[in-house]
Design a protein around this ligand. Structure first.
Ligand code: NAD
Ligand code: G6P
Ligand code: MN
Length: 454
């Protein structure tokens, strides 16, 4: 197997490579290739990846750092994608511009997510075309690149036959936190049901070894007034600390509010466990109130995950010592590597994936890209059929779905009016006038990244 990592310079590459290397026999992996458009960034991450493969785990997996598409994709079996178009500098704009107009500013939700989507659609299509041209005929692209919802809709529309599966690590990150809160050590024995769009869904049941644990979880969240494990809560300073292990990155910095928000939502709607991202839609006003428009998550990430990682690599180059806490390893990499194993070895293991609905949720459109459980074998996802979903969730999902579809149509047609409709339809935006102000600022900030809108 040849696995090509697109966005090789990502802060997640080292962790993903570690997960692949730990599964090298099941994946039969001979070569890992990294491909990026930023040579300096990828060359630096490559130093750590080389250490993981050849010093720490002592594998004989070949490592190639490439800046040439033909070389990077040639005969690749798997392409793991995680590009951040525009980098953290543009993420900062996505977060800060809407906040200046009193709207949610977030990486993948609200206007920020729409802006990020507009930047990412065409680079993703280019990547699919490169895979078609150079990779093995039965290649699979497993895509983490955000905003996964908009990306998946654009791929469905523009390249319907592409062998791409879009995925997200948030549901498993939530399950990791649930397991820690309920003191469950063997999280592989947790089975859950879920429906939604990406970053817009609900857990409808969570079982541990066949026993329903939703009630226990509800009690836990109600008593602690947050969904975070008691062990983490004891050390609030560690939660806010800039240094230290990235292993629990979802609990660092402003993520704290997100877990608090789960409690706030469940006090009113206790039946299902919401994906943390629903906070941005259901508590948009409150999010804006506790946000600092001059310091957002992008700033936190640059000052913590990114700087710890690059400083850690520098230290390794100077001293030969690697501090493993500088890079994130765990569920994020395990999930994508396990998905590749299911595809390659036709295991029919159950995963949550973002896939075309095709009747799986009867009262959502046939062509909606939904996030639902599916069995994964060599032919791809076999989606598990569900029942009709209730009015509240269906209404929210339809609004978000149509907003994202309009954004994709706006990008393809170069339509300002459709873009404005997408911004206006988003639940985080209070009026058409505000939508227009944010959109116009976004057009200005995204010059050189967005298609021209007329
Ligand atoms: P990062 O900026 O550290 O890494 C992204 C890399 O992509 C950079 O090295 C950049 O140069 C490269 N890149 C940008 N455009 C490219 C292109 N057209 N072709 C090839 N490479 C390109 O960002 P990060 O924080 O490590 O995140 C990486 C991506 O993974 C982001 O899109 C992020 O949103 C996504 N992500 C998704 C999930 C999920 O649940 N789906 C989870 C974590 C991260
Ligand atoms: C979760 C989501 C990702 C998102 C990430 C942001 O993992 O599933 O889609 O990109 O959080 O995390 P960050 O630490 O960069 O804010
Ligand atoms: Mn995600």
């Amino acid at each position: 197997m040849i696995i090509t990592i697109v966005g090789g310079g990502s802060t997640f590459t080292a962790g993903i490579v570690k997960s692949i290397a730990l599964r090298k026999d099941e994946l039969d992996v001979k070569e890992i290739r990294m491909y990026d458009i930023n040579k300096e960034r990828q060359d630096t991450i490559g130093v750590l990846v080389d250490w993981i493969l050849h010093e720490e785990l002592k594998t004989d997996i070949k490592l190639t750092l490439s800046y040439d598409k033909a070389e990077a994709y040639k005969d690749a079996d798997f392409i793991f994608a995680q590009m951040r178009v525009g980098g953290y500098a543009m993420r900062e704009q996505d977060e800060k511009i809407p906040l200046r107009h009193g709207c949610v500013g977030q990486e993948t939700c609200g206007c920020g997510g729409l802006a990020y989507g507009m930047r990412t659609i065409f680079p993703m299509i280019e990547m699919i075309d490169d895979a078609e041209k150079y990779a093995k005929k039965d290649y699979w692209i497993l895509n983490y690149s955000n905003p996964a919802s908009i990306v998946s809709e654009a791929c469905r529309k523009l390249r319907p036959n592409a062998r791409i599966i879009n995925i997200c690590d948030m549901p498993i990150a939530i399950i990791d936190v649930v397991a820690a809160a309920l003191e469950i050590k063997d999280k592989e024995n947790i089975v859950y049901d879920y429906f939604g769009l990406n970053h817009f869904g609900w857990f409808t049941s969570i079982e541990y070894k066949g026993e329903d644990v939703m009630d226990k979880l509800r009690k836990y969240i109600h008593e602690h007034e947050i969904l975070l494990p008691a062990a983490y809560l004891k050390d609030k300073a560690a939660l806010q600390s800039k240094k230290g292990s990235e292993q629990n990155r979802h609990t660092k910095g402003s993520w704290y509010y997100v877990w608090k928000g789960v409690y706030e939502i469940m006090e009113n709607f206790p039946e299902k466990l919401p994906n943390t991202y629903l906070n941005y839609y259901l508590q948009a006003k409150e999010f804006v109130e506790h946000s600092d428009p001059n310091r957002t998550r992008a700033n936190e990430v640059v000052e913590t995950r990114e700087s710890n990682l690059f400083e850690g690599i520098k230290k390794y180059q100077e001293t030969g010592i690697v501090d493993e806490t500088v890079f994130y390893a765990g569920s994020h990499g395990d999930w994508i590597a396990d998905l590749a194993i299911a595809l390659k070895n036709d295991t029919k293991a159950r995963f949550l994936v973002i896939t075309e609905n095709r009747g799986a949720i009867p009262n959502m459109p046939y062509d909606a890209m939904v996030e639902v459980p599916a069995y994964i074998g060599k032919k791809g996802p076999e989606v598990i059929a569900q029942d009709n979903i209730p009015l509240f969730e269906q209404g929210l999902m339809m609004q978000q779905l149509n907003c994202e579809k309009l954004l994709v149509e706006a990008a393809i047609e170069g339509s300002y009016e459709k873009a404005l409709k997408a911004f206006t339809l988003n639940k985080t935006v209070p009026s058409m006038k505000v939508a227009k102000e944010v959109l116009d600022d976004m057009i200005e900030a995204n010059k050189g990244y967005w298609p021209e809108l007329k």
